[in-house]
Every structure is written in C-alpha cells, then in structure tokens.
Design a protein around this ligand. Structure first.
Ligand code: GDP
Ligand code: IMO
Ligand code: MG
Length: 426
C-alpha cells in the first residue's frame, strides 16, 4: 500500500502543505514526523485560508486521520489553540491522534531559545523562538517529558515540577527571569487533561492501518537544507526533515515507503540567517517577495528571496531518494523578463561537482546561471500540460535534466486546484 513522504527541498515554505492537501485526497492518514510549531503550513480552499503549525495538513478532509508522530515536539497551548480555531471554522479535529512518544515543549524551552539567541548576538541563528531546539536537546539529553506521561498525572506533575526547578537554577545563574514553577505545573496539568483523549500508540496504529490497506502520507516540516545533519549547520532546525527522518519520526520502516515527493519553489526563499548562494537583493528581490507574499506564516518575518538552485535540488534528490518533484509558485514569476536558474557552483575558479559539506564554503561559492526567457503571461488558468507556455516547458526540462527526476506537479496559484498534474510516479 502506498506510503508517500512529502519533503521540502530548500529552506522551507516551498508550498508543502498545498501539495500535501492535494495528495491527501488519496490517502487515509497524514502524519507529521518532525518539527513542531515552528512550521507554518498554508492551505487555501476557495476563500478559506488555513495556516497550520502542528495539526497535519490532511485535517481538512473528513476521510483522513491526522497523526502527530513520535518525532514531533508538541507545544500544547499551540495545539489546542489550533484545534479550537479549526473547530470554530467547522473542521473537526476529533480524529487527530498524538503519539505518546512525542516530546512536549514547556515554557522553559522558549525562554532558553530566546536566551541562546541573545547570547549569540550578531551571529544569531534567527530561530522562530518557539523552543524547538531546546526541546529536542532535552530529548537527546534524555530529560524530556513525553506526551504519554500525562497518563499518570501525579508522575507528570512531579516531572514538570522537577524540570522547572532545575531550569530555574540555570536561569538564576544567568541572571534571567525565573519561572513561576507552581503556575507552570498548574498550566501543564490543565493542558494534560485536554491532551489525554488524543493520545495514541501511533506507531502500532500506523502499522495496523498498513495491514488494512491504508494509504499513508508522511508530512515533512521545514526542509532538506534546514536538516540538523544535512542542512547548512548551524543555521538549521533541530530535527531531520529529510526523508530518513520520516521513518524515525513515524515508526514506519524504510521499506514501507513507496514514494518520496520533493517540494521545490520555482525560486528560493530562506527565513533566518545562513548562507544563500542565489540570494537576490534590491528591487528584484523585493519584487519576488511582494508578488510571492514571502512573509513568514509563524513569525511574520520577510523571507529572503533568491533564484532556483539546482545544485541544492540535486543534493536533495540524493539525500531524500526523491521519486518526483512538485515545482510550486511558478505563477509568481509570470511577469519576469528573465528567470535565472543556478546550475553549478564555482569556488576560486573551479567548478564544484557536489553540494559543499561546509556552510562557510557555501557562503563563498559563485553561482553559474542558465537564463530562461520569461513567459510574460498568467499561468493561473493552466490545468493541463499543453496549456503551459513553451518557456515553462523549457524550465521543467532543465529541472528534470539537471536532477534526473520528473516534475510531477506544477503549482500555478495558491488554491487547491491551482496545479498542473503532469505524471505521478508510482
Ligand atoms: P510550506 O511551509 O512549505 O507548507 O509553505 P507555506 O505555506 O509556508 O508557504 C507557501 C505559500 O505559498 C502559502 O501562502 C501558499 O498558499 C502559497 N502557495 C503554495 N503553492 C503556490 C503556488 O503554486 N502559487 C502561489 N502563488 N502560491 C502558492
Ligand atoms: P515550514 O515547515 C522556514 C528556520 C528558522 C531558522 C531555523 C531554526 O513552514 O517550511 P527553529 O525555530 O526551527 O529552531 O529555527 O529554521 N525555520 C523555518 N524556515 N520554514 C519553516 O517551516 C521553518 N521552521 C524553522 O527561520 O532559520
Ligand atoms: Mg511554511
């Protein structure tokens, strides 16, 4: 039975949620496998726009069971805020399942995130300040509190209290404001009551579903170049958005996966700090940002714009075993005279064969571009391949020839139906 992974191939915000929503129609489960409420996933259906942070993007379909997998870090206030907002808009979240193995985010994590960023000064990472890194750090240090702990409330309260007291001693040594331990325990305890009915052994739930011929979609947040291992370290997030992380973060095995769809924007954006070879500054960059509405869903920050980078995409193909690529937001480039595509890097006059394994080196590469004439017409109405102008076809051919992977979906607008489905790899 199909198990599809959807993964970002750049630095996030590629339009993953829209493609997940498109694919969810033919899947029974949509599973978030990593990250937390640092993600901002937008789905547009008619006049309705849904901005999701923790709830999987398949929630809009009645037939889909949305699952928050064991690899996610869960901020309970955000989760319940999101559920309340969705339910107020007529979207039921009753089917939502949350892994007992997922780790919880607490107020000290957010405070640690802010302190750590402040201590870095000018070299700050530009995190979302949601406490994601500190929560994953606690997981790896084996001092995290997992969602399943709320099943024994007394034990849960004790754990939260102990952790809050420990973190307060660190805050005290830094001269930082202290947490109100009793308030944190009381608030966490109240949230735990709400979490209980959603909890599940999602690993066994997903395997049982597979046995029953379910079709499962694994929803990546962030992206390949924000991956803690494969991204532009240290300017990365603290989880593994790459396809390998989909197994660790859901409990499905590598041989269960049948398709890996990489989502790439027809240009590139990045929020926060870090090297960005194809970055475009000045008026041209502002134009991309304005037309593409490139402002963060979660933090409202302006996204840094740049051209499509096929060196990155080739690397993403390797790291994720991509079966096919969904190329999104082509319509944003409708009015550009020339569309630039980076096809290689040069360093000190030498062509680099592969994506460099060092962010410092990446910051110094020179891009080799291929220029494609703009199509100078609206793509919004296009629904079939034959309606795509020749210049778009040229761009798609360039992407396919440089990456060795077919472009299966082309995004021509923000709405659910604004796509051209070219071919679907099996
Ligand atoms: P994600 O984090 O990868 O799910 O992406 P975001 O939701 O953060 O950002 C993508 C933005 O682009 C959202 O506002 C989407 O509604 C929008 N979008 C997605 N695909 C397309 C497309 O093909 N064309 C246009 N114009 N907008 C798109
Ligand atoms: P979606 O799923 C874009 C970036 C932050 C920062 C770095 C580390 O919507 O694509 P973190 O708070 O995770 O420790 O921040 O990662 N970042 C994202 N950028 N889209 C996202 O998610 C992101 N999630 C984190 O801006 O540079
Ligand atoms: Mg986003």
């Amino acid at each position: 039975m199909p198990v599809t992974v959807v993964v970002g191939t750049q630095w996030g915000d590629e339009g993953k949620a829209k493609i997940i929503d498109l694919l969810a129609g033919e899947h029974s489960h949509v599973v978030r496998y990593q990250g937390g409420h640092n993600a901002g996933h937008t789905v547009v259906v008619g006049d309705e726009r849904y901005a999701l942070q923790l709830v999987p993007s398949g929630v809009l379909y009645d037939h889909v069971t949305p699952v928050i997998g064991n690899g996610v870090v869960v901020d309970m206030p955000t989760l319940f805020g999101e559920i309340d907002t969705l339910e107020a808009r007529g979207i039921s979240c009753k089917r939502l399942r949350v892994s007992t193995l997922a780790h919880l985010i607490f107020p000290w994590h957010q405070r640690q995130d802010a302190i750590s960023e402040a201590m870095r000064g000018d070299s700050k990472l530009g995190t979302t300040l949601k406490g994601i890194g500190p929560a994953y750090a606690d997981k790896v240090r084996r001092i995290g509190v997992r969602a399943g702990e709320v099943r024994d409330r007394e034990r849960f309260r004790t754990m939260v209290k102990e952790r809050a007291v420990q973190e307060n001693s660190v805050f005290a040594s830094l001269g930082a404001e202290l947490l109100d331990v009793d308030a944190v325990v009381a608030q966490s305890d109240a949230l735990a009551t709400r979490l209980l009915p959603y909890l599940d052994d999602t690993v066994n739930l997903l395997h049982a579903a597979l046995t029953d011929d379910a079709a499962i979609l694994l929803e990546g947040a962030q992206a390949t170049f924000l991956d803690i291992d494969h991204g532009t370290y240290p300017y990365v997030t603290s989880s593994n958005p790459t396809a390998g992380g989909a197994c660790a973060g859901s409990g499905l095995g590598p041989r269960d996966i049948t398709r890996v769809v990489g989502i790439a924007k027809a240009y590139t954006t990045r929020v926060g700090s870090g090297p960005f070879p194809t970055e475009v500054h000045g008026e041209l960059g502002d134009r991309i940002v304005d037309i593409g509405h490139e402002f963060g869903t979660v933090t409202g920050r302006r996204r840094r714009p740049g051209w499509l980078d096929l060196v990155m995409l080739r690397h993403a193909v390797r790291v994720n075993s991509l079966s096919d690529i969904a190329l999104t937001k082509l319509d944003v480039l409708d009015e550009f005279d020339t569309i630039r595509v980076c096809v290689g890097y040069r360093l000190n006059g030498q062509v680099l064969q592969v994506f460099p394994d060092d962010a410092e080196v990446l910051a110094r590469v020179e891009c080799v571009y291929e220029d494609i004439a703009g199509w100078k017409q609206s793509l919004r109405h296009c629904r079939t391949e034959s309606q795509l102008p020749a210049q778009v076809q040229r761009l798609l051919t360039l992407v396919e020839s440089q990456t060795g992977v077919p472009v299966s979906v082309v995004g021509v607008g923000p709405e659910r139906d604004d796509v051209v489905v070219r071919r679907v790899a099996s």
